[in-house]
Design a protein around this ligand. Structure first.
Ligand SMILES: Nc1nc2c(ncn2[C@@H]2O[C@H](COP(=O)(O)OP(=O)(O)OP(=O)(O)O)[C@@H](O)[C@H]2O)c(=O)[nH]1
Length: 305
């Protein structure tokens, strides 16, 4: 993920009502980045949402909506709030500069501008944006397995839940746990245990079919899978296949009382989220079912009815 973020071309949206300014700025940046042009605040806002640029260069004095007004909207909308904005304006006095920075701009450039200074500042802010994105990605990845961590899971669950409430569509939640993993660690060593966690996590991940299906490491040897817009029958079938794919790895576990290979227990629930229902209550049945699967002898899937 890091290498992809580090190599792909970044995008800069330039918003200015003067065609000549758009052309000049576009020409001096095009060598380094993909340039998107907008000739009004309204068009700029639309393009910011549609193209999600890495940086916005924004004029202040525009006939319909001023740059100062537009940045307020950009900073209030979740799709655009994290995009850094540089003002580039003929309002070349410190009080306007102060106002611009207060409104959330990361920089303020006076017109008439010097080409090399615009290029240098754009480069600097793009580099900062890239580093910020990498940090965000790293903060959401479990380093051992490379899949999402519990923090990311909490965010995604909240997102899926709200979307399921809005669309009145089902959401399946599945908790999975490696059986007798303590014995595995005790006999084969912690480093071997780490390798298994990586292998199991990635096998489960690859078994998921739809782009929105989501897996995270919930903790230790426990994983959680979220399947949005998936029926109970479809979800059960998919998870049975996922468990089968882990079994197919045929990882020897001579110290497991339930099998001579690594197995998983899993508990699932399909729910139709309602606004007034607390999230915790919806997840609990999956936890209960995992407990039941362990109680019933492990190496199985139990589903809440
Ligand atoms: N190698 C490795 N082991 C871990 C990691 N996180 C947790 N564990 C181990 O996972 C084991 C979990 O043990 P238990 O909770 O008793 O679970 P279990 O042995 O799988 O028992 P059941 O779930 O009842 O089958 C402990 O030995 C933990 O040390 C990790 O990152 N790496």
């Amino acid at each position: 993920m890091m290498s992809q973020a580090a190599t792909c071309r970044q995008r800069v949206l330039i918003i200015d009502d003067q065609k000549t300014n758009l052309k000049i700025l576009g020409d001096i940046l095009r060598q380094d980045v993909d340039v998107i042009l907008a000739q009004s605040a309204e068009q700029g806002l639309r393009k910011a949402i549609d193209y999600h640029p890495d940086l916005i260069l924004l004029d202040v004095l525009m006939p319909d909506i001023s740059g100062f007004e537009l940045i307020k909207t950009l900073k209030h909308q979740s799709q655009t709030s994290s995009i850094p904005v540089i003002f580039i304006t003929a309002l070349n006095d410190s009080s306007h500069e102060e106002q611009g920075l207060h409104l959330g701009a990361c920089d303020y450039i006076y017109k008439p501008f010097h080409t090399a200074i615009v290029q240098a500042r754009v480069r600097l802010h793009l580099q900062l944006a890239r580093q910020r994105r990498m940090l965000e990605q790293l903060a959401h990845i479990d380093p051992l397995t490379g899949i999402a961590n519990r923090r990311k899971y909490a965010q995604v669950l909240d997102l899926f839940w709200r979307s399921a409430v809005r669309q009145q569509s089902p959401l399946s939640i599945v908790m999975l746990d490696i059986d007798h993993f303590k014995e595995y660690n005790d006999h084969y060593g912690h480093a071997a245990g780490d390798k298994i966690l990586h292998q199991v996590a990635n096998t489960l991940k690859e078994s998921l079919k739809r782009p929105n299906d989501f897996i995270a490491r919930y903790g230790g040897e426990e994983f959680v899978i979220l399947l949005p817009e998936s029926s109970e029958e479809g979800s059960r079938q998919l998870i049975e296949q996922s468990l089968q794919q882990v079994t197919d790895l045929q990882i020897r576990h001579d110290y497991s009382p339930v099998s001579d290979i690594i197995t998983l227990s899993a508990g699932g629930v399909s729910c139709m989220p309602a606004k007034e229902q607390p999230l915790e209550a919806a997840i609990k049945p999956a936890d209960d079912m995992l407990y039941q699967a362990k109680q019933q002898g492990k190496n199985r899937l139990c589903w809440a009815s």
